[in-house]
Design a protein around this ligand. Structure first.
Ligand SMILES: O=P(O)(O)OC[C@H]1O[C@@H](O)[C@H](O)[C@@H](O)[C@@H]1O
Length: 292
């Protein structure tokens, strides 16, 4: 039996409803400017389509949802550590915040945009009172801002907006904005290299953490559009695609779906991790726009 939809804790503006999507609670936005789906589990945006556009976010049709699941696709909020953490010993990959329920704290209209504010709901597995807040501005452009606030203890914090961008064919995309950036290559034991070429084209499994915090442009040649990622408060840009072999090993991704996305992730990670004193905060954000 499907459980009844819980009432939203704050009033929702016109064009926003709370519904069950894939069996879990989500805020569904349908305005003249955009359509979007924001799951309360993980404050996880799984869909954003500006008016007249195909979805800009890729979502796996085999993704899991609910109770501790990490949704495959959309924008996973990665915090308070990235990957296995700086000591490579963290119990779950990419932090625990994406696996916990959040709650809506405010919802409003601002011009043509819907602004949704969420806060992590009560989870505190470290017992230090860490807080997390996120603001989503959903319209012709999309902005996401994530704040992590340390609790009673100093923490070394990492964070990433692990965005899965939908593309026509990842083998044909051109990524600009990384030239001159040094990167750790996670497919080669985190050895460091420099991006000399003005354009990055992917031709195999790619897992790089670039020391780049500037605008990155993803030219989606097969999809005939361009996605512009403008980060703020970051130090790194992660570029990831598993390619065919690793994708085939992932239970929550169809074997041939790796061609349909690229992750370009604004981040604070690795050697750019920030030490937060008790009560100290880390905020990072990004704005996406689509051009033709
Ligand atoms: O499967 P996950 O935990 O969502 O992570 C996916 C990928 O996320 C990327 O950000 C990492 O750089 C990769 O190493 C990782 O494999």
């Amino acid at each position: 039996m499907t459980p009844a939809t819980e009432p939203a804790p704050v009033p929702l503006p016109p064009g926003v409803s709370q519904e069950r999507v894939h069996g879990t609670e989500a805020l569904v936005v349908d305005t003249p400017a955009a359509r979007a789906v924001l799951h309360l589990d993980g404050a996880h945006l799984t869909s954003w389509a500006p008016a007249g556009e195909q979805d800009v976010l890729w979502l796996s049709e085999l993704s899991e949802y609910g109770d501790g699941a990490a949704i495959r696709g959309g924008i996973p909020l990665v915090v308070p550590w990235f990957g296995p953490g700086r000591d490579s010993e963290r119990p779950v990959k990419h932090g625990w915040i994406r696996n916990h329920p959040w709650e809506l704290t405010a919802a409003s209209f601002d011009g043509d945009d819907v602004v949704l504010e969420l806060a992590l709901k009560g989870a505190d597995p470290d017992g230090t009172g860490i807080r997390a807040d996120a603001v989503f501005r959903i319209g012709a452009d999309l902005s996401v801002d994530l704040t992590l606030t340390a609790g009673s203890e100093e923490i070394e914090a990492e964070a990433a907006l692990h965005t899965y961008l939908a593309v026509g064919d990842v083998r044909e995309i051109e990524i600009r904005g990384l030239q001159g950036g040094d990167y750790f290559d996670n497919t080669r034991d985190l050895e460091q290299f420099r991006q000399e070429e003005p354009v990055l084209r992917l031709s195999g499994a790619t897992d790089r953490v670039y020391g780049v915090n500037a605008e990155v442009v993803i030219e989606d040649v097969a999809g005939a559009r361009r996605i512009v990622s403008s980060p703020r408060g970051t130090a790194k840009t992660v570029v990831w695609n598993p390619w065919s072999q690793s994708a085939a090993e992932m239970a929550d991704m169809p074997n041939d779906a790796w061609t349909d996305f690229v992750c370009v992730e604004p981040a604070v990670a690795k050697d750019a991790a920030q030490v937060l004193p008790p009560g100290g905060a880390l905020t990072l954000g990004v704005t996406y726009r689509v051009e033709r």
